[in-house]
Design a protein around this ligand. Structure first.
Ligand SMILES: *Cc1c(COP(=O)(O)O)cnc(C)c1O
Length: 396
């Protein structure tokens, strides 16, 4: 099973880090290798009683009829704190506790991972510092306040573009100097080995549950899995448990921003090239001299110029297809799900819903029976209401 011992998925992944971080990564890798039954039972207990797992696999009948497909939604929006991020945050905080750490640091873009981290730190009485770009602090005032209520300290980052990428840089810098007592709780399946593996494993609860649920309901495997891809954690969490089921096709939906020919997007796998960012080899958005490009998406959670190395590998071996959906279509997806099912999605999974609306033909075959599609509904839309309101220019 991938990755290999050095953390490679094919030619992607690895650890491109200075010596000082190496020791911390090895300590984390060793602690993770020792994860045992007791640890897994403890985590499952929190998943069940604290997060509210298993999340439902909901048959979206009205949406299905409208699009001529058979669509099931994996309801990660119903997780405590409103998105899948808590699955990984809980797993890693338990690991940190096992390693004897007393302080957690994290990065956050939109604030969802910051909130999930602040939540588990309150639960386990850990000191919590969250790095957040100055721009994002301005854009996401509500989540900043939530983190503070939960007892976390939010540290503004003024370097670079003052967004997620810069917050990750600062978190790594902090980790190097304070590694003895500090765990860096990285929020997606990116960064140097062992992070992409650890985050995938904790998020795989999504796909494991979905597989069991669809077999109970339909008596067979789905035809397609569709999920949005920022760093790639909710999608890999859904895909990975189906990796060996070759009949199940994977579709990852990236942020097309203002259009993939506009240079204002975050479609890393669709438009990027192989390169190194934050200690891992994967696809990145870079210019001709290798500088990381600025990205744009209406949804802050997808606004990242890199992507997890396992996705780069899936792309290379054609295990998954990656597509881009632009801001405008994502907003339509947001409205469509709200109006047909009474579920207001986060703008990130609204990209996946919009894909179903715009490319239903690609998801059909000639036989009469409808294709079965599972979409990961990675989070709920409360945090995005103001953004959508502005985009639609609605006045109240
Ligand atoms: C953070 C976030 C994402 C994007 O992150 P991935 O690691 O790609 O899953 C998607 N959806 C929601 C709701 C998020 O909060």
């Amino acid at each position: 099973m991938l990755p290999d011992k050095k953390g490679y998925f094919g030619k992607f992944g690895g650890r491109f880090v200075p010596e000082t971080i190496m020791a911390a990564l090895l300590e984390l890798e060793n602690a993770y290798k020792k994860v045992d039954k007791t640890f897994k039972n403890e985590l499952s207990g929190y998943f069940k009683n604290y997060v509210g797992r298993p999340t439902p696999l909901y048959f979206a009948k009205r949406l299905s009829d409208k699009l001529g497909l058979k669509i099931y939604l994996k309801r990660e929006d119903l997780c405590h704190t409103g998105a899948h991020k808590i699955n990984n945050a809980l797993g890693q905080v338990l690991l940190a506790k096992k390693m004897g750490k007393t302080r957690i640091i994290a990065e956050t873009g939109a604030g969802q991972h910051g909130v999930a981290t602040a939540t588990v730190c309150a639960l386990f009485k850990m000191k919590c510092d969250v790095y957040m770009g100055d721009e994002d602090i301005k854009r996401q005032a509500l989540n900043v306040f939530r983190m503070k209520l939960l007892g976390a300290n939010v540290i503004p980052v003024h370097s670079g573009s003052k967004t997620l990428k810069d917050a990750i840089n600062e978190a790594f810098r902090d980790w190097v100097t304070n590694v003895k007592h500090t765990h860096y709780l990285l929020g997606s399946c990116v960064g140097p080995h062992p992070y992409p593996m650890i985050v995938r494993d904790f998020q795989s609860v999504i796909g494991k549950e979905a597989k069991k649920q669809i077999i109970e309901i339909e008596g067979k495997l789905p035809d397609y899995l569709v999920a949005c891809v920022g760093g790639g954690s909710n999608s890999i969490g859904l895909f990975y448990p189906f990796y060996k089921d070759k009949s199940v096709k994977f579709i990852g939906v990236e942020a097309g921003g203002l259009g993939i020919s506009s240079n204002k997007h975050a479609a890393t796998l669709v438009k990027g090239d192989p390169g190194i960012l934050h200690g891992t080899k994967s696809f990145v958005l870079q210019n001709n001299s290798g500088q990381i490009k600025e990205t744009h998406s209406v949804s802050a959670g997808l606004d990242y110029p890199g992507v997890g190395p396992e996705h780069a590998f899936y792309k290379q071996i054609h295990r998954a297809d990656y597509v881009a959906i632009d801001d405008k279509k994502a907003i339509e997806g947001f409205k469509l799900l709200s109006e047909t099912e009474g579920i207001i999605p986060a703008l990130e999974p609204a990209h996946a819903i919009a894909y179903l609306k715009y490319y239903p033909k690609k998801l059909k075959n000639r036989s009469a029976s409808r294709r079965i599609i599972i979409v990961c509904l990675s989070g709920r839309g409360d945090k995005d209401i103001d953004i959508v309101k502005n985009q639609l220019q609605i006045k109240y």
